[in-house]
Design a protein around this ligand. Structure first.
Ligand code: ADP
Ligand code: MG
Length: 597
């Protein structure tokens, strides 16, 4: 048995026997820790992994709590609703549905906000929902709702702390397991790309807006389930625990525990809950005065953590118990992913016709035409500021020409977003490499296969996606081998040298099974050896039938490599032809020697 399994088994065994040995006081404390951890877990996914900060999670806890409180205690429900109030299990479903709906509405209003507007948005609806609970007469106003029945499970009434304890921790463990599974999947890689990799992910075909909405709803559902458990544990609810200040505390828990880690949720919830209790008990005695000293200590503690341990406590704890990292196994027997048939060599696959792009008075591309044929490498070169990147953007659909058009496989590129263009078979690298530095090379490359696979969140959470995942990983491993990075497959992408990172980007692009590769200045910043390796790789890909368009500033790199060259200066095409002809072309020499090299 592996070390991490053993540790997990030990943890579960301890959880199982704790109620038998602990006093009710500590069991209650553990119940709270479990509930808080569940909300914090949602924030791990939303904030730690997805990069979306929410102060409003307490409001979703309130939705879960109030839904079940109102429905299970109402003296009279309208006929069509009466059956829901019959059992807390039905009100749990009702609460989850209501929460999902509310999250969908709030998410579509707030998730488009960027920067600090998003957290502000979550504060705004957090406050609104809090006051809604306190204001609605039918929800008992600020006094709240009492007389909530206990949960029954297989004829067992969970009306004591030591009983509901098992339900709370079972919920939490299932939530942790499914979150862990989700993060280690196709959808999980898309979610992990949200923080700092949106442009890249979109270019690989990931719908990042959808991914943001998904984690927002999942986090809300975790909070709702915690609220449901809370209501039936306390047997009464009032608005106090669902305010924004508690929302802030949940965020503290996630950050202190380690917002990027599933286990961070328990650590954060545990440390904060226990510490708060102790400080509350001891500080007034120590200082000989009463007051909320614990909150002051807390504030200072948080600032220290933000300074000293940004990643939270979990990574520090993990280092104390060295468990060897488990490498993803590549299953050679997995069926290959479907492959697209490449167009016959020589066929024009990309055609730019009279493309003009103006930025105000500046004409960055002026009447540019070019053609890339299947199985060739075409270079688009020119001095700095010539308009190459602008042209690249017109071709890759990132930007739309002022006039003229770009056809890819006979279809216009304009009007399609990066995802659709990726689906059509155009795959790109970036001038400034866009990798997920803490993810392995293998996982970075696997993102490229996003569009060639389709398992969703539920399949991933419950591990019904393993056959497809094996196919994706096999494909990624093969592309890594193809580009010559096999020895680095399990390294963190961020630890690679720039040249290798560029090659990783090519492997990721290849993983999408494109028929056209677009490379924006792939040789920039590379050492001679790295340039040679890159050139060799591109030659090999050409021999396998790949069409490549390289936008490049470095003439020497291009000349020995490509089939044809298009030269730009001041937004216009000044020459086109074979490398040998271009090297002797006086206009080109003038542009390069006299240009702003
Ligand atoms: P290259 O990639 O060949 O170095 P670019 O395509 O980046 O050249 O730039 C060509 C010209 O267009 C430059 O003068 C640049 O300042 C201008 N330009 C590029 N993008 C924009 C933009 N979004 N808005 C205004 N001017 C731009
Ligand atoms: Mg450029």
């Amino acid at each position: 048995m592996s070390a991490d399994r053993l540790l997990l088994g030990g943890f579960l065994a301890v959880l199982l026997v704790l109620p038998a040995v602990l006093s009710p006081y500590y069991i209650t404390l553990l119940n709270y820790i479990g509930l808080y951890a569940m909300v914090a877990l949602g924030l791990v996914l939303l904030t730690g992994v997805g990069g979306l900060t929410s102060f409003g999670q307490a409001a979703f806890v309130g939705l879960g709590a109030y839904t079940t409180a109102a429905l299970t205690t109402a003296a009279e429900l309208p006929g069509w609703l009466a059956w829901v109030g019959a059992s807390p299990w039905l009100t749990l479903v009702a609460g989850l549905l209501i929460t999902a709906t509310v999250a969908l509405v709030l998410g579509s209003l707030t998730l488009k906000l960027s920067g600090h507007f998003l957290p502000l948005g979550t504060i705004a609806w957090g406050i609104s929902l809090y006051f809604l609970f306190g204001t609605m007469e039918s929800l008992g106003g600020h006094t709240g709702i009492t007389g909530i029945p206990p949960i029954e499970l297989f004829g067992w009434t969970l009306d004591e702390g030591g009983e509901i304890y098992y339900l709370i921790w079972a919920f939490l463990l299932v939530a942790m397991l499914t979150t862990h599974n989700l993060l280690d999947s196709r959808e999980g890689r898309a979610i992990r790309a949200l923080k700092g990799g949106r442009v890249m992910a979109e270019a690989m075909g990931v719908d990042t807006s959808r991914a943001r909405m998904i984690i927002f709803i999942i986090a809300a559902l975790h909070a709702c389930a915690a609220g449901w458990l809370y209501a039936h544990m306390q047997r009464f609810v009032n608005p106090t625990p669902f305010g924004v200040h508690i929302g802030i505390e949940y965020l503290f828990m996630a950050v202190l525990g380690g917002a990027g880690y599933v286990w961070g949720a328990i650590v954060g919830a545990g440390v904060i809950t226990v510490l708060k209790q102790w400080l509350q008990d001891w500080l007034p005695q120590l200082l000989g005065a009463s007051g909320n000293f614990e909150m002051i200590v807390f504030g200072i503690l948080m600032v220290l953590v933000l300074h000293r341990a940004r990643e939270g406590l979990w990574p520090i704890l993990k280092k104390l118990v060295p468990v060897p990292a488990v490498r993803k196994k590549i299953d050679d027997a997995a069926a290959p992913l479907p492959r697209r048939t490449l167009p016959a060599a020589g066929e024009p696959i990309l055609v730019a016709k009279n493309v003009t792009r103006k930025f105000g008075g500046l004409v960055a591309n002026n009447d540019m035409s070019l053609e890339v044929r299947a199985g060739e490498i075409l270079a688009l070169i020119g001095p700095n500021g010539a308009g190459k990147s602008t042209m690249f953007n017109q071709i890759s659909g990132v930007d739309t020409p002022t006039s003229g058009e770009v056809l890819f496989l006979g279809k216009p590129v304009a009007g399609h977003d990066s995802r659709e263009i990726a689906r059509m078979g155009m795959s790109r690298s970036f001038q400034h490499v866009k990798l997920l530095p803490t993810m392995s090379v293998l996982e970075n490359v696997a993102i490229g296969a996003h569009l060639r696979s389709g398992k969703g969140v539920l399949s991933s959470a419950w591990r019904l996606d393993r056959a497809e995942e094996a196919r994706i990983l096999k494909e990624a491993a093969w592309q890594i081998e193809r580009v010559g990075l096999k020895d680095f497959m399990y390294e963190e992408a961020g630890s690679l040298a720039l040249g290798q990172q560029r090659i990783l980007e090519i492997a990721r692009a290849l993983c999408a099974d494109p028929c056209l590769l677009l490379l924006d200045e792939p040789a920039a910043g590379l050492r001679l050896k790295e340039k040679q390796a890159l050139g060799e790789l591109l030659r090999k890909l050409r021999s396998e039938g790949m069409a490549t368009l390289i936008v490049e500033h470095d003439m020497d790199f291009v000349m020995g490599l490509v089939d044809r060259v298009v030269v730009m200066e001041f937004g216009q095409k000044i020459a086109e032809g074979l490398p040998d002809e271009i090297q002797k072309n006086p206009a080109v020499l003038e542009a390069y020697l006299g240009g702003v090299e």
